[in-house]
Design a protein around this ligand. Sequence first.
Ligand SMILES: Cc1cc2nc3c(=O)[nH]c(=O)nc-3n(C[C@H](O)[C@H](O)[C@H](O)COP(=O)(O)OP(=O)(O)OC[C@H]3O[C@@H](n4cnc5c(N)ncnc54)[C@H](O)[C@@H]3O)c2cc1C
Length: 376
Amino acid sequence: MNLDETPAEAAFRAEVRDRLMAEIVPLVSGRPVGFAERLEADRRLAAAGYLGYSWPTRFGGAGGDPIMAGILDEECSRAGVPRSLSPSRFGADLLAPALMAHGTDDQLAELLPGIRDCRTIWCQGFSETEAGSDLANVQSFATDAGDHLVLNGSKVWTTQAHEADWCFALVRTSRDRPRHRNLSFVLFDMKQPGASIRPITQLTGEAEFNELHFDGVRVEHRHVIGGIDDGWRVAMTVVGAERSYGQLSRYRNYLGQLKAVAAMIQRAEAGPRSTWLRELGELTADVTGIRNSSYKITSLAAAREPLGVLPSMTKLWWSSTHQRLMDLGQEVAVATGTDLDHWQTEWLRSRGESIYAGTSQVQRNIVAERMLGLPK
Ligand SMILES: Cc1cc2nc3c(=O)[nH]c(=O)nc-3n(C[C@H](O)[C@H](O)[C@H](O)COP(=O)(O)OP(=O)(O)OC[C@H]3O[C@@H](n4cnc5c(N)ncnc54)[C@H](O)[C@@H]3O)c2cc1C
């Protein structure tokens, strides 16, 4: 793996950095950054042609390769708008790859432009109370009503559902077919009367995710992706994308936080400095490893080679490392009285990282079974 950038990649990075410095940094620096600022940042990225930059030109992208997409990820994070928090991520990073892999020409023509231009904001309706890690157990049911489908049931933990225009969801469409062959991947308008939303307040006091209830929600036949009862493979494309998108934006984010913790330790007049410094050293090694692993994923994707279990290993690594980094950040902040609200909120936020996009236990199972060949 060659870590040096080609002249074209270096020129692209410089162009992106200048543009983000002019158009995004003034929008998000020196103020609390919420959904509205992130959405405006997404719209500016879209106007600059950076959203969907790596999509093939026939799908309305710029045909940039995964390395260019990685450079964009890093630079967005450096500018204060990491992909992992961007409102457009569910559409551009999770749904679009699944549409390109499984959608028909008509579906691509109808759906991709709204994602690329950031006109349509999406949410992901997968989890239910009895279907999280065991996703194939979803019970929300869509019945064929002739010219459309009618959806009843509920979902939970749906991030940004209250802001979304549309939802992509995995639902059951048959009762008598084998598991995994009775599920469909459907899209529907969130603003219709049968779709209701109840916000869930998190430990941070924010309500970023929700319960969804469907009471006769209308799903058009043309909005079933991959065919009726054949949605599992579409959902698996989304799950794969979820584990590997925005990797470089995470690493860049952690690097900034490592530096902030180091600065707090440097200013500390009391406290177990040598213990903190040792932990800081170990975290620096882990963050460097996450960077290298993310570069590996990016170069495998660029070479169109299979990623294997690398996204699962990396997901496990970034979530556990970031939780340790937030443990240290909070401890030093409390001991030094620095920016307590900020570190407390970040610490609380990091708790969910070992749960979403596949829990740590599930990632360990994947690595154990598929890489190490251990028995189930
Ligand atoms: C911040 C956040 C945002 C989220 N956003 C979304 C979203 O936008 N859309 C969406 O659909 N979902 C979302 N989720 C839900 C998330 O995908 C689920 O929480 C996750 O899949 C785990 O499912 P569960 O909560 O039902 O836990 P369960 O699957 O019930 O797991 C409970 C515990 O059992 C363990 N476990 C389960 N199965 C196994 C196994 N086979 N082997 C070993 N251990 C196992 C798990 O690791 C976990 O520790 C979000 C979650 C969080 C925290």
